[in-house]
Ligand binder design. Structure first.
Ligand SMILES: C[S@@+](CC[C@H](N)C(=O)[O-])C[C@H]1O[C@@H](n2cnc3c(N)ncnc32)[C@H](O)[C@@H]1O
Length: 298
């Protein structure tokens, strides 16, 4: 695909962000968002000193690579491919170490371009984490399910809340512990649960344990060790019910999905028994509001 004037398009997209985000407190930013910035199929993210260009096409257009390289940043490329999820490929500038750090709202995240398809943080959740950080109070409790590297827990713990970080993967739980340490938070003051969210929610409910905040951001499709399938479009309501069983009046449950196959109203129709308030995506993602986020108050 030939793209007219890629240099100007890229410069304009970057210029637009300069007024949106305070780069002294946040350097994890989407700089180019596909059609939202007149560059279909191209997504450029800044991870501090390093940039990652992701494309839906199997190769990066040389004119775009040249235009990006002129910024003298470390540049990596990744093909967006749900089947062959590979680590980014280095293109130019000094290579990043295996682990390095970035900033979101003055909180430090451990990042990596060498540990697979995802880089350690999903930056489209920035506003939701900031909202949690504003809402959470010392002494309150937060259950962060499907936690990945635990950055929702960091946002809540920074406000003094006690967090429970839950993921299937020990690698991500260890990464979350490191994120606590990087932010001068003691991971030993918090809880980490390895295992299946559906199982743990039932266990907490049986114990009569409730939380002030619950984060639900599951993968679109998954299959548990017994072969039971979870699909966002059919089964989110069931997951929400399990979370309701671990809540008390006033609990806020953040329900998210990045599944493009359902609309916000179809998603909301699954969340029964709470007051629902949708939240918007960050302004550096103008292409499409694919991430649906609903704060449900019990
Ligand atoms: C889409 S990421 C979640 C992103 C995260 N909420 C964030 O904003 O950083 C999916 C995560 O869910 C975990 N996961 C998948 N199925 C799970 C399950 N049944 N129980 C617990 N964790 C699960 C994966 O290991 C992965 O870390």
């Amino acid at each position: 695909m030939s793209i007219p004037r890629p240099k100007e398009i890229i410069a304009r997209a970057i210029q637009k962000r300069a007024h949106l985000i305070d780069s002294t407190t946040t350097n994890l930013i989407r700089l180019i968002d596909g059609t939202g910035d007149h560059l279909p199929g191209h997504y450029l993210e800044s991870y501090g000193h390093a940039w990652l260009i992701s494309t839906s096409a199997p190769q990066l257009n040389p004119a775009i690579e040249e235009a990006l390289a002129s910024y003298n940043k470390t540049l990596y490329w990744k093909r967006l491919d749900q089947h062959q999820k590979q680590s980014p490929t280095h293109l130019s500038g000094p290579e990043t170490p295996e682990y390095f750090t970035g900033l979101e709202n003055n909180l430090t995240a451990q990042l990596s371009f060498h540990s697979g398809y995802s880089q350690g943080i999903f930056i489209d959740q920035r506003h939701n984490r900031a909202t949690l950080q504003q809402l959470a109070q010392p002494g309150q409790t937060v259950l962060n399910t499907f936690s990945y590297t635990g950055f929702f827990s960091i946002a809540a713990a920074a406000s003094g809340a006690t967090t429970t970080t839950l993921d299937l993967s020990q690698v991500y739980l260890d990464w979350a512990r490191e994120n606590f340490r990087l932010n001068n938070l003691n991971p030993d003051d918090h809880y980490f649960c390895k295992g299946d969210t559906f199982h743990w929610l039932q266990r907490f409910a049986k114990q009569g344990r409730t939380f002030d905040y619950i984060i639900l951001d599951p993968p679109t499709f998954s299959r548990d060790h017994k072969g039971k399938v979870f699909r966002v479009e059919k089964d989110y309501g069931q997951l929400f019910k399990l979370a309701l069983a671990c809540s008390h009046p006033g609990t806020k449950i953040l329900c998210c999905t990045n599944y493009r196959g359902i609309t916000q109203s179809q998603f909301m129709a699954q969340l029964k028994g709470a007051h629902l308030k949708p939240a918007k995506m960050p302004e550096d993602f103008p292409e499409s509001p694919y991430l649906k986020s609903i704060w449900a108050t019990v």
